[in-house]
Write a protein that binds this ligand. Structure first.
Ligand code: GAL
Length: 811
């Protein structure tokens, strides 16, 4: 759609001007962080002339960042990304934005911050080249100050993004400026980028010692005397410690200062009570506040032990972890706070207490949310070093960029209390040859030079000590092992005295809501399948947790092994969610992975409840499969449960007997000839009913049901509502196998930004106002369009089925 660019620009300019003027009159005028996402122009292809001020981008598409152009494409196995990369288009594109700045900003320092651009971004301001960042997951900034114009004169920023050389990854990356962009305006004297580093060398319930390093930058050509006041604020913004100092900063230089503070009776951060504090530094020049800067802080101490595993604040704590890729399903790579929050909430509700950021630096929002929600993070930087996995991956840039990228990664993330492990690489090829020794040492040394408070780890696959050169380097503090659950018993002997975490595990396959019987056998790929794949011709895979890769195993078998050995600090399951790309071994049209505990749309597969029964405090009684089968068909009924010593099953009121888990079993099972009606399970402890769960046979489709995850959203252009769509019979029972095509219409303050149903081989687009149900469900993602109007989403389908509606308020 062609939009009136100058109008948009005026709005953008007015907003920036208003913000600058408004802020200039408030107390916080010192540091102005402007959301720089709105009002960009975008075009696929290569436009070197776009760096010029007089370039006419009128026919370019107007859009707001963050933006991923790949997710807007149509699937094809011909795309050079291949199904492994999501079978979506990549290529090259340019972004451009014009803006003005007030005269009052003339004596300021102004920087632009990009949280992530995939990939090979190059940036120009007013025709000046600012630089290049090949690594698509790294955050970076440029100082714009020397090149800016003020008053009525316009500034033009141009960004070239080049994801053309494919394949660039083993999974879907997305393409574009897919994370947030900010403009940061400060006084000439200001806290430098990532200019604080806070550590807590001593923490107890009684007191904590805080060491706070502050880097103050003076961009002025004269020296500056400043007063620095730092406060530690608790969750109620009450100061619990303060330091004050006077400093002189030489012209055009940086001063690094360290302050030690003490906090009495700190509230500790843990996974149940993630108590957060913040360090707030105010810099005054001639009594005027010139900068104010916040750093997150959490008080916790943790340890890995070669025999006892992990402990947090002295409490033995098994790591209940999941690996997550960065994509947000139908939104693609777009980093949206609300999408990431939903993903983490679904994991947390399952009982997960840890996230591994497979296999690259995550969005800032993910770390902020992990801090706030109490999720431990294994922060991982690389999937490859010098030796490639696919031809155009980071191996091409490793030599020139690894030092800078690794340093920036640590500097950005080291203040987050949730981060407790630095992983310098996943299944790195150099573990198999002697070059691994020196690279591991170098990378570990870079990490240590910036943070000594967390162990350096790497996700390894070679468990013969003498053949593993990353291990041989002696530079790892914590060994990560991917898979190898069958060998755990031998680890203390093989890796004497070493601390060990299962950095990756499981890799089992499943499609949500699809059930194949019988379920008596666990089947591994490819061992028992030759070269074909373990599933059905329609590329579905049973959800009974009995199909696994040969290098991994089922969820249950892995968890049994991980929980058996205390020296295994915990496990990071591959993966929490299905992700786009890596459908292997399933052929196209499969284009997303089958490994998730939760499908791509965010709907749990059944094994989610196995974890919930083991990892969470919730009382669980989950029955599978659904109850719509052919009369007489023999059905494998499984139940995951906890907090009870037996479960009795009833079919249409008739008891089918009680069962209990034996030994290390994680579920119980019955074989039940199908009869339409009600299947009910009752869990009991000492004869008393703990929980009842029933599933009913659904009849004919009568109506569409829409369930929004929120009743209110903000009209800020970012807030999201996730609406789950099902078909119900006249009594309100959901139809578990429905695949009807549903059409959507939205009015008011939102637009549809994604649709999905979790089926790994669906070729329907993610950007559409329709979607077929898959095994009874689909999802619509609504995003605020900034209009202050209440939202109505309407869903219709063919046949005699009543429409569904949901209303969402806008604040
Ligand atoms: C692992 C790898 C993951 C993913 C997984 C699939 O070896 O680290 O990125 O590819 O296999 O099973």
């Amino acid at each position: 759609m062609k939009r009136n660019k100058s109008f948009l620009q005026k709005i953008g300019t007015a907003a920036v001007l208003f913000f600058l003027v408004a802020c200039a009159t408030t107390k916080k005028e010192s540091r102005i962080v402007t959301d720089f996402n709105p009002n960009w122009n975008f075009k696929l292809g290569d436009y070197p002339a776009a760096i010029q001020a007089d370039f006419d981008a009128n026919d370019w598409r107007a859009l707001d960042l963050p933006h991923d152009w790949s997710i807007e494409g149509t699937f094809s196995k011909e795309h050079p990304t291949k199904p492994q990369g999501g079978a979506l288009p990549a290529g090259m594109a340019w972004y451009r934005k014009s803006f003005t700045l007030p005269e009052s900003a003339k004596n300021k320092s102004i920087a632009i911050e990009f949280d992530g651009v995939f990939c090979n971004s190059e940036v120009w301001i007013n025709g000046h080249y600012l630089g290049k960042r090949p690594f698509g997951y790294i955050s970076f900034s440029y100082d714009l100050t020397p090149y800016l114009k003020f008053g009525n004169q316009k500034n033009d920023i141009a960004v070239k993004v080049d994801n053309d050389a494919q394949p660039s990854s083993r999974w879907y990356t997305g393409s574009g400026i897919y994370r947030n962009v900010r403009l940061v305006t400060t006084d000439k004297v200001h806290v430098a980028q990532w200019g604080t580093y806070v550590t807590t060398p001593e923490v107890s319930k009684e007191k904590a010692k805080v060491v706070y390093e502050l880097k103050i930058q003076n961009d002025a050509a004269i020296s500056k005397n400043v007063k620095v006041i730092t406060n530690i604020l608790d969750a109620n913004n009450r100061s619990v410690a303060q330091s004050e100092s006077s400093e002189t900063i030489a012209p055009l230089s940086r001063l690094i200062k360290e302050h030690t503070l003490e906090v009495k009776n700190p509230k500790l951060w843990d996974t149940k009570n993630p108590n957060m504090y913040k360090v707030v530094t105010k810099i005054f020049h001639n009594k005027t506040l010139v900068d104010e800067y916040e750093t997150p802080l959490g008080f916790r101490f943790f340890a890995f032990d070669a025999e006892k595993g992990f402990s947090l604040n002295g409490v033995p704590t098994k790591i209940y972890g999941v690996c997550l890729h960065h994509d947000n399903g139908a939104l693609g790579a777009v980093a949206n706070y609300h999408a990431i929050k939903r993903k983490l909430e679904i994991m947390k509700d399952m009982g997960a207490n840890a996230i591994r950021t497979a296999h690259n630096p995550p969005s800032l929002e993910l770390l902020q949310l992990c801090d706030e929600m109490g999720l431990i993070v294994q922060d991982e930087v690389f999937d490859v070093w010098k030796k490639k996995k696919v031809s155009n991956d980071y191996n091409k840039y490793f030599d020139e960029w690894h030092k800078r990228d690794l340093e920036d990664f640590i500097k950005r993330d080291r203040n987050h209390p949730s981060v407790m492990m630095w992983s310098i690489g996943n299944e790195i090829r150099e573990q198999f040859d002697s070059t691994g020794v020196s690279i591991t040492r170098e990378l570990a040394q870079i990490v240590k030079s910036l943070d000594k408070t967390r162990p350096v780890t790497s996700a390894l696959t070679e468990n013969e000590p003498q053949k593993n050169f990353i291990y041989q380097s002696g530079a790892l503090d914590l060994l990560g092992f991917n898979y190898k659950h069958a060998d755990y018993a031998t680890f203390p002997e093989r890796f004497k005295g070493q601390k060990i975490v299962a950095s990756e595990s499981v890799s089992a396959y499943a499609t949500r809501g699809h059930y194949d019987m019988p379920t008596d056998e666990i089947r591994f790929w490819p061992k028992k399948y030759g070269e074909t794949f373990p599933g059905n011709p329609d590329l579905t895979v049973t959800a009974y947790d009995n199909i696994a890769s040969y290098w991994g195993t089922t969820h249950e078998e892995n968890w049994k092994a991980a929980k058996k050995y205390d020296f295994i600090a915990g496990t990071f399951v591959w993966t929490g969610f299905d992700y786009i790309g890596e459908p292997d071994p399933y052929p196209y049209p499969a284009r997303s992975s089958y490994f998730g505990i939760v499908d791509l749309a965010g709907f749990p597969k059944d094994v989610y409840y196995m974890y919930q029964s083991e990892w969470s405090d919730k009382t669980v009684l989950h029955l599978l499969p659904h109850w719509n089968w052919k009369a007489g068909q023999l059905i494998d009924v499984w139940a995951y449960y906890n907090n009870a010593d037996e479960v009795e099953l009833f079919l249409n009121g008739k008891s089918l007997g009680s069962k209990a888990k034996k030994g290390d079993e994680l579920h119980i099972a019955w074989k039940v000839p199908f009869e339409a009606g009600t299947l009910k399970a009752v869990s009991k402890k000492a004869g008393k009913v703990v929980k009842e769960t029933e599933i009913l046979t659904a009849g004919e489709a009568a109506k569409i049901n829409l369930q929004a995850d929120k009743s209110t959203i903000k009209n800020d252009g970012y807030d999201l509502a996730y609406v789950t769509v099902t078909l119900q019979d006249k009594d309100g029972n959901a139809l578990p196998t429905a695949d009807n095509l549903i059409n959507f219409k939205v009015s008011g303050g939102a637009k549809i930004v994604g649709v999905d149903n979790g089926y790994q081989a669906s070729l329907e687009p993610f950007k559409a106002d329709y979607r077929k149900l898959y095994n009874g469900k689909c999802l619509v993602i609504l995003k605020s369009n900034k209009k202050a109007e209440n939202i109505t989403l309407e869903a219709t389908t063919a046949g005699n089925i009543s429409l569904g509606t949901v209303n969402i308020k806008v604040e």
